[in-house]
Design a protein around this ligand. Structure first.
Ligand code: FAD
Length: 291
């Protein structure tokens, strides 16, 4: 799809200019390319865990959710770049979109996997339900258990991926990932403390936590891959990859800050009320022509 999008963007002219040179098109191409690099890094790192025969369920879930949504977005943007042609059945985009859609539904829907990612993020990866349920049945006395799990998981995540081995030129991005892992850990602790057993039902919040976990894993995997690229080729030749990790870390920081802030400051009650209005009306409740 990236190949098709690049071919079309560099050949098609509008306003006497290659559409490839318009910044809104560049934005799409750079995002498709950089995010594909990030996804490859996540899958590669996860494959390493499979080879090591350690538990990779959390990382696998991150790859599935992130990868299936990226595929959908990439095909959608490739279709958009090809304009009216993209809508026609003679071109592969429509079929690509339809075929890629199922990936967000089967092999664990992305909603269920986000719950898994967030709840695993609140305790140590592995033996997910047993200890968690045990702790939640005595939430106050067991709070220490959950707190320990959360800390162990996040600390384990950061240290086991050897953020300290990241190339010195990427230190700011590595520090950022470690910082937000710590912020996430505290946010998880606070959520469990405030919600006790009900934490499993706080899906607005769990959605945000899952997205932060995925952004963190994506950054860690990409830092690892770019470090390897620098060590192999040198900084000059690895420059395009360094640009990807810097660009991605910048974008991810914005998303993480927004998601973490929205754990406390949100309009979730309003969202619930709006959905209730739709449920009560049996559809769209504000039909302009309905009276
Ligand atoms: C082409 C195709 C091939 C398939 N192949 C297989 C196969 O080989 N093996 C197999 O076992 N299955 C297969 N399936 C089934 C597939 O795994 C299920 O469709 C999928 O798991 C979703 O289940 P469901 O359709 O019952 O939807 P539901 O479970 O009813 O879900 C409907 C929606 O509600 C959401 N939802 C459900 N529960 C929650 C919750 N607790 N919190 C938040 N949101 C929730 C879901 O995420 C989804 O968006 C296939 C399906 C298709 C279409």
């Amino acid at each position: 799809m990236i190949k098709l999008a690049v071919e079309h963007a560099t050949q098609r002219k509008q306003f006497k200019t290659r559409i490839a040179d318009f910044e809104m098109i560049r934005e799409k191409i750079s995002e498709m390319t950089a995010h594909t690099y990030v996804l490859e890094s996540m899958v590669y790192m996860t494959a390493g865990l499979v080879d090591k025969k350690v538990d990779y369920s959390l990382e696998g879930a991150c790859c599935k959710v992130w990868g299936t949504e990226l595929l959908w977005k990439t095909i959608n943007e490739a279709l958009q770049i090809s304009g009216g042609n993209g809508f026609m059945n003679e071109y592969p985009y429509g079929r690509g979109l339809r075929d890629s859609r199922i990936n967000m539904i089967f092999e664990g829907t992305n909603e269920i996997l986000r719950l898994f990612i967030a709840l695993t993020g609140m305790k140590e990866a592995g033996d997910v339900l047993k200890d968690f349920q045990g702790a939640l049945s005595h939430p106050v006395s067991q709070y220490g258990v959950l707190k320990g799990h959360a800390q162990k998981w996040m600390r384990g995540t950061v240290t086991s991926y050897k953020l300290d081995k990241v190339h010195p030129s990427l230190a700011p991005e590595a520090d950022q990932a470690a910082k937000y892992a710590a912020v996430l850990r505290n946010a998880c602790e606070t959520m469990v403390y405030r919600n006790r057993k009900n934490v499993v039902n706080r899906q607005y919040l769990l959605h945000r936590i899952a997205d932060v976990v995925m952004d963190l894993y994506a950054q860690i995997a990409t830092l690892s891959r770019v470090t390897a690229a620098i060590e192999k080729k040198g900084e000059e030749k690895a420059k395009p990859e360094i640009e990807i990790v810097r660009w991605f870390a910048f974008q991810a920081r914005h998303r993480m800050v927004a998601n973490l802030k929205a754990l406390d400051r949100h309009k979730d009650a309003e969202a619930t009320a709006i959905s209730e209005a739709a449920y009560e009306a049996g559809g769209y409740p504000f039909d302009l022509w309905g009276w």
